[in-house]
Design a protein around this ligand. Structure first.
Ligand code: G4P
Length: 532
């Protein structure tokens, strides 16, 4: 739907102007750089916690957590709002490190599209593929960007083949580069034959200059640009192989439009902004827990996909990020929490998080709102006004690392407990308990070991309760039930614990240990959890 089709101020009309998306990539493919470049080339309405960057890089360093700085990785997710033409772009950041994939998964539950960013020299890397599978699982349409075209890399056609083979999606290049990787002269618009010549500005501080030539002007430069003939030839080859963009197959998750860029020099980024506004889908009515879609014009509803503490060291506060699904958000409105049935006041809401926070007064479907000190909210909670709704819970990933947690100083038990509860509510870690160990001795369960480091760091820094984590020898968990629990718990090397959502988990040493048990005791309930 074109933005101007519904210029009204109804939630549905405003939703039509919105594109909510995330960038998925392997670390170092250029996600932070592309984020910065998108912000530079669009009108940044708001930035959440500033744009994520690497340690030491001026102006982009997120200082929410000392750890993030020390390690130079992005641990926490935030969102940023941009405007391009008449479209509002909500860009949700995802942590790049595989250890935080659960967090990433939750962010992907809140987007309507994803940009899959690929390093032209490296092609599809493992973390990209992992995140791609999550998008596929959730039917999120994917726009592919081949980045670092200013640097020597693979051949364009080779990359297209790789995307097809690795992802099973039909790559449909919308632009085609003029010049090989390392010699980025511009790109052909495959649909129209128009040409964009690129002139980067020195140092890359500003948006690159682009010169647009209509198809009938292209001949004028063909003489001086032998690379153009080659690009046009390759583009024709692609056409013959059915690689032209098709909006329906893109939205259905069958094809992926492909663009070429060099984010560090802002090349191809303006084109990507156009693509996001033109191709990425606006928010749709979101299905509730029973599969019934909540109409965009229905009263306000939203769900919490991220809780973040300690973003501002000076304030030690806690922000819950909610994605608006229907209706209009007004600051100060009182809504109902579907989990508790209690009223919840949205008095302290911000559209921007981090060092500079702007108060948000109004937000529409697709927007992300940060609610300050929302201690009553948990990950996955639904909030609604007037007409009740419950959105599906956000799935927990299968943990592969387990550790018993204790306070280093028993005198700080209260702070320790509060800290563990808090970190669990934020989804930083899963917490398992059993009668055998005692409810005050939690077993922490993580998808990646770095989550433990975050827990230790935050218990020490925020809750003033240094902790001792003692790793357990398990590496695999299966969901079980009370009928099987007793028998499982009596087996050597198996431990059964209860997760806070009431799910019983049986822990095994490894795959072989589990296989042996499954072979001989077929009557036991042992179900796989969502794999990271
Ligand atoms: P990430 O968030 O996906 O982990 O990647 P990030 O943006 O931090 O980029 C990783 C490295 O790749 C950075 O270099 C960045 O400058 C570089 N890069 C990103 N996009 C492009 C591009 O289009 N072309 C080229 N040539 N390089 C690109 P670095 O050496 O790690 O950092 P820096 O010192 O250059 O800032």
């Amino acid at each position: 739907m074109s933005v101007t089709d519904r210029p009204d101020d109804s939630p549905g009309g405003q939703a039509a102007r919105r594109r909510t998306f995330a960038i998925i990539s392997h670390p170092d493919a250029g996600k932070s750089t592309l984020t910065e470049s998108l912000a530079l080339n669009a009108q940044a309405i708001d930035e959440a916690g500033h744009i994520h960057g690497k340690a030491g890089r001026s102006a982009t360093v997120s200082d929410w957590m000392g750890m993030e700085k020390e390690r130079g990785i992005s641990i926490s997710s935030a969102s940023m709002q941009l405007q391009h033409r008449d479209v509002v772009l909500n860009l949700l950041d995802t942590p790049g490190h595989a250890d935080f994939s659960e967090d990433t998964y939750r962010v992907l539950a809140a987007v309507d599209a994803a940009v899959m960013l690929i390093d032209a020299a490296k092609g599809l890397e493992p973390q990209t593929m992992k995140l791609f599978r999550v998008c596929r699982h959730r039917n999120i349409p994917i726009i592919t960007v081949i980045n670092k075209w200013d640097r020597p890399g693979k051949e364009a056609l080779e990359l297209i083949d790789e995307i097809r083979e690795e992802t099973g999606l039909t790559p449909t290049p919308v632009t085609w580069p003029v010049g090989i990787a390392g010699d980025f002269r511009g790109y052909v618009e495959r649909g129209t034959g128009d040409l964009t010549l690129i002139r980067a500005t020195p140092g890359g501080r500003q948006a690159a200059e682009e010169e647009h030539l209509d198809a009938d002007q292209v001949d004028r430069v063909a003489q001086e640009l032998p690379e153009l003939a080659e690009a046009l030839e390759e583009s024709e080859l692609l056409e013959a192989s059915g690689a032209d963009h098709d909006q329906d197959t893109f939205l259905a998750g069958i094809s992926t439009p492909v663009f070429f860029a060099a984010a560090v020099r802002h090349l191809g980024v303006p084109r990507l902004l156009d693509a996001l506004t033109e191709l990425a889908p606006p928010p749709e009515p979101r299905p509730d827990v029973d599969g019934a879609p909540r109409q965009l014009d229905a009263p306000f509803s939203a769900f919490t996909f991220k809780i973040q503490s300690g973003m501002d060291a000076a304030h030690r506060d806690r922000l819950a990020f909610v994605r608006v699904c229907s209706g209009v958000f007004h600051r100060g409105m009182t809504v109902t929490s579907a989990r508790t049935g209690r009223p919840f006041s949205m008095k302290y809401a911000h559209l921007a998080f981090g060092r500079t926070r702007d108060v948000v007064d109004v937000a529409y479907p697709g927007d992300v709102v940060g609610i300050v000190n929302a201690s009553a909210l948990r990950i996955g909670d639904t909030l609604f006004e007037a007409e009740p709704v419950v959105y599906p819970p956000l799935p927990r990933f299968a943990p592969e690392h387990f550790a018993v947690a204790r306070p280093a100083d028993m005198g700080r038990m209260k702070q320790f407990r509060r800290g563990v509860d808090q970190l669990e509510a934020e989804g930083v870690i899963q917490v398992l308990r059993s009668e055998r160990r005692g409810t005050h001795v939690p077993v922490l369960a993580a998808v990646g070991p770095m989550q433990f480091e975050v827990v230790e760091h935050r218990l020490r820094e925020e809750f003033r309760s240094p902790s001792k984590l003692e790793p357990l020898g398990h590496s695999l968990a299966r969901a079980t039930d009370t009928d099987s629990a007793e028998e499982l718990a009596a087996m050597a090397g198996v431990e059964v614990l209860e997760r806070s959502d009431g799910q019983l988990l049986a822990l095994f040493r490894d795959r072989w240990h589990l296989l042996g048990i499954e072979r001989t005791r077929k009557h036991l309930t042992l179900e796989a959890l969502v794999a990271a």
